[in-house]
Design a protein around this ligand. Structure first.
Ligand code: GLA
Length: 588
C-alpha cells in the first residue's frame, strides 16, 4: 500500500541556487507581485514568495497586546528613518490583539474600534505608503491566544478580508487548534487554498510552537514554520530556540539540526528576534549577546523579524540589526541553512556555504568562561591559504593557512566570518537519506531502526530503558524498543508505506512507584488528535499490552508516553515506560 508522500525531499544545492535565481528574477519584475506558479507535482511553487528568509518587524515581543494605531504608525515611520527598511526589513506585522472581540454582521473580522478607529485598511495603506509590506496575525482555532475571534469556520472570508485590506503576510497561530478536529497539514492547506483564491500572493507563516511542520509537510502550504516554543528576552531562551533549528532540541541528533528541511521558499523559524530587548547591564556583554543572537539567526537562514521598540532603538542595537554583511549571510541566494561543524561544551562553530563559493562561519561562546575558538579549513571543506573577513567589523583579516582562531571570546563572545575565495559553490554535507527516517522497505521495519524527525519533552532512549537497562517484559529481554520517562513524544516522518503497526507496551520493571503511564500512537501531530491506539492508564501491575493495528491513509506517526499521578491527574515526573519493538509491516 502506498500513501501520500509529503516528505521534503532534499534538493541539491545547485537546484536550490537555480530556484533562488529564478525566483529573484520573478520578484525583480517591475515590482509586480507574481501569482503562485505551478511546481513539479502540479502543486503551486511558492519559492518566489520567500526566496530568502522573510525580514520585517513584529509587534509582539515589545508590545504584546498593547498595540494601537499610533504605535504601529510610529513603528512604520521608524523603520524608514532608522534605515531598517533599506537594510531589507520589509514586513511590518501586527501580532495578536488588533481585532475587535466580535465579527461584523457579515461575519468578517474587524479592527478593535478603540485601538484602530480607522480600521485595518487604513493601517495597511499607511504601511504600504512607507514602502513596507503589511503583515497580520490570526489563529486557526475559534479563539486566538489572547481569546479574540479566531479563523476557524471563517477561513475563506478571513483570507478574502485580508486580501481586501492589502495584507502581504499572514502569521497563522495555533492556540486552541486541538479543538478543530483537523490535521495540521489539512488545516494549513485550507488557508493556502483560500489565499490562492484571493489572487493575492500572501506569505503564510505557520505558528504552532514547533509542531513538526518539517515532518508533516508544512512546505506544501507555507513559507515558514516555527521550530519551537515562544522566544523570551533571555539569552537562555534564545539559545534554546536556536537549538531547535540547529541542534537536537526538536530532532534526533543524527540530523544535526533541521538544515536539510529549509531552502528557498521554505524556512525553519526559531521565532522572532529579541535583539534590543535583553536586560543586560554590562554594555560589552549586552553587545555580545545581541550579536550572538543576530549572528545565530543569520547563519541559520532564519526569518529576521525584529521585535524591539523601533522609535526608541539605541544606536548600538541599530548597528547590529542593520549590519549589511551579516544580513547578507542570512539573505544569501543559495538559501542554505547553516549547521554546526564543531561543538565542545558551550563552544560552537557553525558553517553556511554561500552562493559565491565562499562560506560564512560563526564562532560562538555560549559559556561564561573565556575561550579561544578555532575553525579549521577541514571543518568547512577548504584547504591551504584562505582569506578571512570579519563581517561585523567589515574588515579583511588577511590570509590564514589551515585554520583561524578567535582569541579570548568572553560570555556570548562571537565572530562572524566570511572565509574563502569566490568560485564554485562549496559542497554541502549529505542530507539524512530517506530510508534512515521513514519506511521504505517491504517486510518488517522496526521504528527503532529509524531516526525520529521530531520530538517534544524527553527524548526516547533507543533499545534501552530510560535508565540505561535492558528492555524486559516478565523476565524476558528484548533487543529493540524505546525507553521513555515522564513525557516523551516523538514522530517518524512521512511514513509513506505500511499496512500494520505492531509492538508491545509496559511500564519499565524498575519502576515501582504508584503513578500511571499511558501510551498512545497518533497519526500526525497533537492538533489533529487522530489517536490510532491508546493503552489507557497502566500501572506497575498492569500486564504488557499488544499493539496490532491496521494503518490506513496516514502520513506521519507520533508515539507518546505520558506519566500521570492517579489522584491528581497531574504530570508525574518519575514514571518509566517502554515501547517494545514497535514495527511497521509492509505486505507488498
Ligand atoms: C503565541 C505565539 C506568539 C504570539 C502570541 C500572541 O504564543 O507563539 O508568537 O503570536 O501567541 O498571543
Amino acid at each position: 500500500m502506498t500513501f501520500h508522500k509529503k516528505l521534503h525531499t532534499q534538493v541539491s544545492p545547485i537546484i536550490l541556487a537555480a530556484l533562488a535565481i529564478a525566483a529573484s528574477t520573478l520578484i525583480g519584475n517591475a515590482g509586480a507581485v507574481p501569482k503562485p506558479q505551478p511546481g513539479k507535482a502540479g502543486h503551486p511553487d511558492f519559492t518566489h514568495l520567500a526566496p530568502t528568509p522573510p525580514m520585517g518587524w513584529n509587534s509582539w515581543n515589545i508590545f504584546a497586546k498593547e498595540i494601537d494605531e499610533a504605535k504601529i504608525k510610529a513603528a512604520a515611520d521608524a523603520m524608514v528613518s532608522s534605515g531598517m527598511r533599506d537594510a531589507g526589513y520589509q514586513y511590518l506585522v501586527l501580532d495578536d490583539a488588533w481585532m475587535a472581540d466580535q465579527r461584523d454582521d457579515q461575519g468578517a473580522l474587524q479592527a478593535d474600534p478603540v485601538k484602530f478607529p480607522k480600521g485595518m485598511k487604513d493601517i495597511g495603506d499607511y504601511i504600504h505608503s512607507k514602502g513596507l509590506k503589511f503583515g497580520i496575525y490570526q489563529d486557526r482555532a475559534y479563539r486566538t491566544c489572547q481569546s479574540l475571534p479566531g479563523s476557524f469556520g471563517h477561513e475563506q472570508i478571513d483570507m478574502a478580508t485580508f486580501a481586501a485590506w492589502g495584507v502581504d503576510y499572514i502569521k497563522m497561530d495555533s492556540c486552541s487548534a486541538e479543538h478543530n478536529g483537523r490535521l495540521s497539514s489539512n488545516d494549513y492547506a485550507l488557508y493556502r487554498k483560500y489565499i490562492e483564491e484571493t489572487g493575492r500572493p500572501m506569505v503564510l507563516s505557520i505558528s504552532d510552537f514547533g509542531n513538526a511542520a518539517w515532518v508533516w509537510g508544512g512546505k506544501a502550504s507555507a513559507q515558514l514554520w516555527r521550530t519551537g516554543q515562544d522566544i523570551r528576552s533571555k539569552t537562555s531562551s534564545v539559545y534554546a530556540c536556536a537549538d531547535n533549528s540547529a541542534g537536537s532540541g526538536r530532532s534526533h541528533p543524527a540530523f544535526n539540526g533541521l538544515w536539510q528541511f529549509a531552502g528557498p521558499g521554505h524556512w525553519n523559524d526559531p521565532d522572532m528576534l529579541q535583539v534590543g530587548n535583553f536586560k543586560i547591564k554590562d554594555e560589552g556583554v549586552s553587545k555580545s549577546a545581541n550579536r550572538a543572537h543576530f549572528g545565530l539567526w543569520c547563519i541559520l537562514a532564519a526569518p529576521l523579524m525584529a521585535g524591539n521598540d523601533m522609535p526608541n532603538m539605541t544606536d548600538a542595537v541599530k548597528q547590529i540589526l542593520t549590519a549589511p554583511e551579516v544580513i547578507a549571510v542570512n539573505q544569501d541566494k543559495r538559501g542554505v541553512q547553516g549547521y554546526k561543524v564543531f561543538v565542545d561544551g558551550k563552544v560552537e562553530v557553525y558553517n553556511k556555504p554561500l552562493a559565491d563559493g565562499t562560506t560564512a562561519v560563526l564562532l560562538l561562546n555560549k559559556g561564561r568562561e573565556t575561550a579561544d575558538i578555532t575553525v579549521t579549513w577541514e571543518m568547512i571543506g577548504l584547504s591551504g591559504k584562505q582569506p578571512v573577513r570579519d563581517l561585523w567589523a567589515r574588515k579583511n583579516l588577511g590570509e590564514f593557512k589551515d585554520s583561524f582562531t578567535a582569541k579570548g571570546l568572553g560570555e556570548h563572545g562571537n565572530r562572524m566570518l566570511k572565509i574563502g575565495k569566490p568560485g564554485t559553490p562549496l559542497p554541502m554535507p549529505a542530507p539524512m537519506p530517506l530510508e534512515k527516517y521513514t519506511i521504505t522497505r517491504t517486510g518488517v521495519t522496526s521504528l527503532c531502526d529509524l531516526y525520529y524527525a521530531w520530538r517534544d519533552k524527553n527524548a526516547p532512549v533507543y533499545n534501552k530503558t530510560f535508565g540505561g537497562n535492558p528492555l524486559r517484559i516478565a523476565g524476558k529481554t528484548y533487543p529493540k524498543g524505546f525507553g521513555c520517562k515522564s513525557k516523551a513524544c516523538f514522530m517518524f516522518a512521512g511514513t509513506e508505506r505500511g499496512d500494520r503497526l505492531r509492538g508491545t507496551v509496559v511500564l519499565d520493571e524498575s519502576y515501582q512507584g504508584e503513578n500511571e503511564g499511558r501510551f498512545r500512537i497518533f497519526h500526525e501531530d497533537y492538533f489533529g488528535d487522530r489517536v490510532l491506539w491508546d493503552s489507557g492508564p497502566m500501572t506497575k501491575d498492569t500486564a504488557a499490552k499488544e499493539i496490532d493495528i491496521a494503518l490506513e491513509n496516514y502520513n506521519c506517526l507520533m508515539l507518546v508516553f505520558e506519566g500521570k499521578n492517579k489522584e491528581t491527574g497531574k504530570k508525574a515526573g518519575d514514571v518509566l515506560g517502554v515501547f517494545v519493538n514497535p514495527r511497521i509491516i509492509v505486505n507488498d
